[in-house]
Write a protein that binds this ligand. Sequence first.
Ligand SMILES: Cc1cc2nc3c(=O)[nH]c(=O)nc-3n(C[C@H](O)[C@H](O)[C@H](O)COP(=O)(O)OP(=O)(O)OC[C@H]3O[C@@H](n4cnc5c(N)ncnc54)[C@H](O)[C@@H]3O)c2cc1C
Ligand code: SF4
Ligand code: SF4
Length: 477
Amino acid sequence: MSYSEARYDRVEVPEEPPEIRVRGFDEVLHSYTKEEAIMEASRCLQCALPFCVEACPIAQDCRGYIGLVAGGQFDAAAHLTLRENPLATTLCKVCYHYCEDACIMRHRGVPIAIRHIKRAAMEFGNDQLAYVPSAPRNRRIAVIGAGPAGLMAAWELGLRGYGVTVFEKLKVVGGQAEAIPHYRMPGSELLQDLDRFKELDITFMPGTRGGVDVTPEGLLAEGYKAVYLAVGASKPGSPGIPGENLPGVIYALDFLLDVNEGRIAPLGKKIVVVGGGDVAVDSVRSALRLSPGADVSMVYRRTREEAPAGEEEIRETEPEGIHLYWLLSPLRVLGTDHVEGVEFEKNELSAPDASGRRSVVPIPGATQLLDCDTVIMAIGQKADLTGFSPDLKLKIGSKGWPEGIHPDTMTGVEGVFASGGRSVVHAMAAGTRAAESIEAWLAKKEGRAPIPRPDPFGAPVPPPTVPEGYSGPVWKP
Ligand SMILES: Cc1cc2nc3c(=O)[nH]c(=O)nc-3n(C[C@H](O)[C@H](O)[C@H](O)COP(=O)(O)OP(=O)(O)OC[C@H]3O[C@@H](n4cnc5c(N)ncnc54)[C@H](O)[C@@H]3O)c2cc1C
Ligand code: SF4
Ligand code: SF4
C-alpha cells in the first residue's frame, strides 16, 4: 500500500460520553473489536524506516505487531509485544504513545492508533505467557523501589539468570503507576503483567524502606553483587506559601493513591487544583468524580500551550465541566482553621529569550482570588532520600528522581546504580539501561563478555514476524 492510497482517518476509539463518564471511575476508553483493530492496523504503511519504533523509548517493534494484527494474527502480535515489553498490559492503557507522535501518517491525517492496537493484541491474543530465566547465575542483585524502572531492571536481570530482591517502602508495587486513576486504568493491569514474571527468581519485599530498613552499602556488604536505586520521585513538592498546611490542603500523589485504595473521604464543594501537568489533570478529574456537582478548577502559572500536561489530556477536562485558569501563580492559601480560598498572582509571559523560551513575569499588584474549601497541590514531586548516604553523590534531575553521577548511571558508591523516568515507558527504558550497566560492570569485574538479553520465552523458536515484502493489506471498510 502506498502513502497516496492510504486511509487518513482513524477508526474511532470507543469512548464514554462526558455526561456518563463523570459519574464514576469506570474506564473511559473502550477496546476496539477485532474487526476494528484489523481495520485500523490496515492503515499502517509498514514503513521501511519506522519512525514509530525509533520514537518508542523501549524500541518496541510496534510496526511488527501492527502488521500482525492487520493480518488477524493476534496471538503472534501479543507474543511479539511481550518479548520487548513486560509491562504491555499496563502500557496499552497508559503509555503516552510517543510512537504516535512520530508516525508518518500524522503529516497527512491522524497517526495510527498504535497504543490501542497494542491493547487489541493483548486482549484478543494469548497474553498468558510466562517468562523463562536463563540458567541460574547464583548471584543476587538488589533493587530499591518497585516502580516501572525497578520492575524493568528486575525483569532484565531475572531473564539473565540473576536472583533479584526488590525492596519497596509501600505495601504495593508499581510506584507512581499505582496512582493512575481507574477511569484510565481500572487497576488489575500491573498484576496481569507481573503474573508473567512468576518463573523468574524475583522476590518482592514490600514495606521495606531503603535508607532506613536496608541501605545500598549494607546490601553490598551482605553479598548482593550490585544495587539499583529506583526510588523515583515519591514525595510531593510544596509551593512554600503561607497557609499551605491548613486543613483542606492536600497533595496530589497521596490523594490519587488514596483514591485508588478507596481511602478518601468526600471532598468539599469548591475544589481548586494547582498545577498544569498530567498529575494535575488526573487530580482535577478525580476530584470531580468524587464530588458530584462540585465546582472544580485547575489553575496553572503559564498558558495552556505551555502546560506540561498533553493537549489530549487537557481537552478531556472541559467537556466534563472543569474550569481552567491560566497565567496564575498561588500567593497564599486563605483561611483560619480551614481553607477558604487561594489568592493568586497574575502573570504574563516575557518576549522569547535566545533559546525561544518565554519566562513567567508577575504583573505588579494584579491578583485574583478563588474561593474554595479544598486545594489539591499538584506541582511536582521530589525524591525522598531520607537515610541514604551522601557518599552516593546522587544527582537530582529536574523531574525529581535521583540519578548516578557516571554515564552508566553508577553513583559515587561502586556497584550502586540509580535512575528513573518521566513516564512509565521512559522509566522502563531507564531500568533496562541500569540492568545493562550492572551486567557490563559485573562482566568486566569477572573478566567475561556481558550477556545480552536472552529470548524472554526461552524458546529456540524465532520470534513472530510480518511476512517479508509485506507493506500493509489493502483497506477493507
Ligand atoms: C498520578 C500520576 C499519573 C501518571 N500517569 C501516567 C501515565 O498515564 N502514563 C505514563 O507513562 N506515566 C504516567 N505517570 C508517570 C509515571 O508513573 C512515572 O514516570 C513512573 O512511574 C516513574 O517510574 P520510576 O520507577 O522511575 O519511579 P516511581 O514510579 O516513583 O517508583 C519508585 C518506587 O520506589 C518506592 N520508593 C521510594 N523511596 C523508597 C525507599 N526509600 N525505599 C524503598 N522504596 C522506595 C516508591 O514507593 C515507588 O514505588 C503518572 C504519574 C502520576 C503520579
Ligand atoms: S510502549 Fe508506548 S511509545 Fe512504545 S510502542 Fe507502545 S504505545 Fe508506543
Ligand atoms: S505508518 Fe506509522 S505506525 Fe505504520 S510503520 Fe509507518 S510510522 Fe509506524
